[in-house]
Design a binder for this molecule. Structure first.
Ligand SMILES: Cc1cc2nc3c(=O)[nH]c(=O)nc-3n(C[C@H](O)[C@H](O)[C@H](O)COP(=O)(O)OP(=O)(O)OC[C@H]3O[C@@H](n4cnc5c(N)ncnc54)[C@H](O)[C@@H]3O)c2cc1C
Length: 403
């Protein structure tokens, strides 16, 4: 069954999503949005829309390993995940609502989100604090009669432009003894008075006005006296950090498999260009040792990352997220670094063409550099792994807190 799904997804991507790649790269998301809706309808007809969701919600209830393989196929083109409604941040918000949403929240938000009728965003990172340590956070949620009032400024709230609601992390219990028990998650409809998108952030030369970028955007958002009811609290009060961590586990596997797909496409493009580009009579780019070195190294690094991601997805299926914690950090670190190198080599092999948006390499080069930053920067994952191994070897915690 899994092979059938993956074969169907591959054919669907080739027939329906690949043709949208060039107009998207040249004219942006809005230019292809209407056509994407038609393509999503085709996916629904084929029974492959949102295949990660439980069958009761219109999906296929695929296990994480198969979802990973689907993600790999979709990663081959920038709109692949969107076409199947497996795009960030909706996929992770869906998981949040499935796991922690109340019945009313599921009905109001999860049902339309699962169908792809609305979009959502996730608002945690703040411009004035280190996102890699969100224990320090200024956004406040103050308890009032019958609800909460939120105040704060967030940024890199991806896909906020056009989203129906935001999942917002805010400090609800500043007096809690444990720093990790001070924040909670809230569902904030984006039409609530006081919610405003200040701007879509300019990212590596791209930055469209609010309303013009749609899903492919990262917003700066202000919450000013945003009043929501008690029913807006998602999960337990004070459980924000624990939920953010839970959200990240499968999310890192989704991202990593998407990166494998991107790297595979970059490698294919690199090989095709090296095999065909003539440096002179009888001499192709691919005849050069350096280029052969890049191709060989890229292939080996890609295969290693792919197998590591797969093995970690299996471990998560069998041992749960906690059991696979070290491997999840390892996968995030290894796959993001691999992607960075493969994209760079692919761009280099294409010379000036690589810098253009006539191919997807430059698009990924701009957007996926962030792979080494979001969901925990490289250095944090290195430390997670190292501390665990050093702890196992008996090294005590440092005497000075925060060292
Ligand atoms: C494309 C993109 C999309 C994003 N989408 C979202 C979103 O939808 N919602 C959301 O809330 N946030 C989002 N983010 C924000 C993301 O979560 C943060 O960028 C990330 O957590 C890092 O935080 P920061 O940018 O504040 O960097 P900082 O925390 O300031 O860190 C800066 C650098 O310091 C280094 N560093 C950090 N910690 C350590 C350490 N312990 N030891 C050594 N070095 C360290 C790393 O090199 C790191 O890159 C997105 C970011 C990007 C780039």
């Amino acid at each position: 069954m899994a092979t059938d799904v993956i074969g169907t997804v591959r054919d669907f991507v080739d027939a329906h999503v690949m043709p949208l790649e060039a107009p998207f790269l040249l004219h942006g998301f809005k230019a292809v949005e209407a056509e994407l809706e038609r393509v999503r309808e085709v996916a629904r007809g084929l029974g492959i829309f949102a295949p990660h969701l439980p069958e009761a919600m219109g999906g296929r209830g695929l296990p994480l390993t198969v979802v990973g393989e689907v993600s790999r196929v979709l990663g081959r083109t920038p709109l692949g995940h969107y076409a199947l409604h497996m795009q960030a941040p909706d996929i992770s918000n869906t998981e949040l609502l499935l796991r922690w949403g109340s019945e009313a929240q599921r009905e109001r938000w999860l049902a339309p989100l699962a169908k792809g009728a609305i979009r959502s965003c996730f608002s945690m990172t703040e411009p004035e604090h280190a996102g890699s340590n969100p224990v320090v956070m200024s956004t406040r949620a103050d308890k009032v009669e019958g609800g909460w009032v939120l105040n704060g400024r967030k940024w890199f709230t991806s896909a906020a432009d056009g989203a129906a609601f935001a999942v917002v992390m805010a400090v609800s219990d500043p007096e809690a003894e444990r720093a990790h028990a001070r924040a909670s998650f809230f569902i904030v409809p984006t039409d609530t008075p006081g919610f405003s998108i200040v701007r879509n952030l300019p990212v590596m030369g791209e930055g469209l006005a609010v309303g013009e970028a749609g899903w492919a955007s990262h917003a700066e958002v202000v919450y000013e006296d945003v009043r929501v009811g008690d029913e807006a609290l998602l999960g337990a009060r004070g459980a924000g950090f624990a939920m953010a961590q839970e959200r990240l586990g499968p999310g890192r596997i989704h991202h990593a498999m998407r990166w494998i797909g991107i790297a595979e496409r970059c490698l294919e493009l690199m090989v095709a260009r090296a095999a065909s580009r003539e440096l002179g009579p009888g001499l192709r780019l691919g005849h050069k040792d350096t280029v052969q070195g890049w191709i060989g190294r890229s292939w080996a690094e890609l295969e290693a990352a792919r197998l590591f991601v797969r093995q970690t997805a299996e471990a998560m299926e069998h041992e749960g997220q906690k059991g696979a914690r070290l491997a999840v950090s390892g996968v995030k670190l290894l796959a993001a670094g691999m992607l960075d190198r493969v994209m760079d080599r692919a761009l280099q092999v294409h010379g000036a063409l690589g810098m253009t948006d006539l191919l997807p390499i430059a698009f990924w080069y701009r957007h996926e550099r962030a792979a080494r930053i979001y969901d925990g920067p490289d250095e944090v994952h290195e430390q997670v792994i190292a501390r665990e191994l050093l702890g196992r070897a008996g090294m005590p915690k440092p005497a000075r807190a925060g060292a």
